[in-house]
Write a protein that binds this ligand. Structure first.
Ligand code: NCD
Ligand code: ZN
Ligand code: ZN
Length: 407
């Protein structure tokens, strides 16, 4: 297949030309002209997104999401690869749990996938620590003392190998009971992020998940990378005060939004990630909702709209959604260039339409972005195969692991 039109060249930016895709799903050639039958691109061709932070809930909570529903939502939103977090049931914290989840994903996912593995004290001494093809180790502040949290971060970053992704909230600030209102949840965790980050090792192995505060950004450990989620850029307590919007870390203030936007625009926060965290609609509507906002399908459409309104440079978005997460995880992908997987989205910047819950594919059945302007990709290819068109799935299954064991 040869696609012809405007595309994002990793060095030159928007360029007119042709992209040839081989039967093996990789990009064979990128050139001004290529002979052969061509298909015209409407708008422009961008690398598809790699979302390094999703919760697809399988095994354990498939009624909230499973690999089929989560990956379909991802594909329709222009994401062709995800990394799933280990807080499933059972948690992904052993070779057996890893193999079980990898099998589920390989059976049902339409997008390519990596798996995060839960870190705990002493994990670097496990026999499998150097061999498990994890995307990264993940450290949560729940059910752990600050001493163990800190020592695990030091232990795992010093051991080298995979990155350590932290949920950067100090465990002492995690309130035991449900908040009465959303502002209370935010108030509880006001200092949690900055205090946690101040106690983290200065290590290039460290990656801070879902950065949410101006203070956290100012106090990023030296050498560490970070990600930001659409909800911490676009939402705050003024815009959304219902308990449904309870998320960890919480929604904050417009001042925090502004600081995060500045860090995101200038690349101090390199990565865009959704922290797609679906729960049942009735759970979210209850008086004691679990934390989490779904967003894997709306992330790129909302951010593409931010590009159109002049709030974000296209090149920065391409970097944050495709290049930077790939680089962070040591993967050769995310660019429209020879040898890369043909993971592409066709985007028409004139095709703005509102987000409509009925047209989303997550089991979450809820979105805080109902009615927001967005630009959904016209077509989405995963390794050269059309997996979504006009926000609807065109394929099921076929996802492959992003990481495999070294022989
Ligand atoms: C996540 C979940 O529901 O799994 N919830 C959330 O509020 N972000 C967990 C997490 O990412 O911390
Ligand atoms: Zn988290
Ligand atoms: Zn998460």
């Amino acid at each position: 297949m040869i696609l012809e039109g405007r595309f994002w060249h990793p060095q030159r930016g928007l360029t007119d030309g042709c992209v040839a895709i081989g039967d093996d799903g990789t990009i064979k050639r990128v050139a001004k002209t290529i002979s052969g039958a061509k298909e015209r691109v409407r708008g422009m061709l961008l690398p598809a997104g790699l979302d390094m932070h999703v919760h697809f809930r399988d095994p354990g909570f498939p009624h909230k999401e499973d690999w089929a529903s989560g990956s379909t939502a991802a594909a329709c939103g222009g994401i062709t690869a995800v990394v799933d977090m280990p807080n499933t049931q059972p948690p992904t914290d052993s070779p057996a749990a890893f193999a079980d989840k990898a099998r589920r994903a390989a059976t049902a996912s339409v997008v390519d996938f990596g798996l995060g593995v839960s870190a705990r004290p002493g994990i670097s001494r496990e026999t499998w620590f150097d061999e498990l093809p994890a995307a990264f180790w993940k450290l949560y502040p729940y059910g752990i003392s600050w001493e163990d949290y800190q020592s695990t971060a030091t232990e795992v970053t010093a051991a080298g190998g995979h990155p350590l992704v932290i949920h950067g909230e100090h465990p002492s600030h995690i309130a035991p009971g449900p908040p009465r209102e959303l502002a209370e949840h935010t108030a509880h965790r006001q200092l949690a992020e900055a205090e946690c980050l101040a106690g983290m090792p200065a290590s290039p192995q460290l990656h801070v998940a879902h950065l949410s505060t101006a203070d956290g950004l100012a106090g990023l450990p030296v050498g560490a990378t970070a990600e930001v989620c659409p909800h911490h850029l676009l939402l705050n307590l003024d815009a959304c005060d219902s308990l449904e919007c309870k998320v960890d870390p919480p929604l904050r203030t417009p001042r925090d939004n502004a600081a995060l936007w500045s860090g995101f625009r200038d690349g101090r926060i390199a990565v865009l990630a959704s922290d797609h965290a679906p729960h049942l609609p009735e759970e979210k509507a209850s008086g004691a909702p679990p934390s989490g906002i779904p967003g894997v399908e709306t992330m790129l459409p909302l951010m593409l709209q931010q590009v159109v309104t002049g709030n974000l440079e296209l090149g920065r978005l391409v970097n944050a959604m495709a290049e930077a997460p790939a680089d962070r995880l040591g993967l050769s992908r995310g660019r429209i260039a020879r040898g890369q997987p043909a993971d592409l989205i066709e985007v028409d910047t004139k095709a703005t339409r509102p987000v409509v819950l009925e047209r989303l594919h997550s089991r979450a059945g809820w979105t805080p972005y109902e009615g927001w302007d967005a630009i959904f990709p016209q077509r989405v290819w995963r390794r050269g195969e059309l997996v979504a068109a006009d926000g609807e799935p065109q394929a099921s299954r076929g996802g492959q692991p992003l990481f495999t064991a070294q022989p």
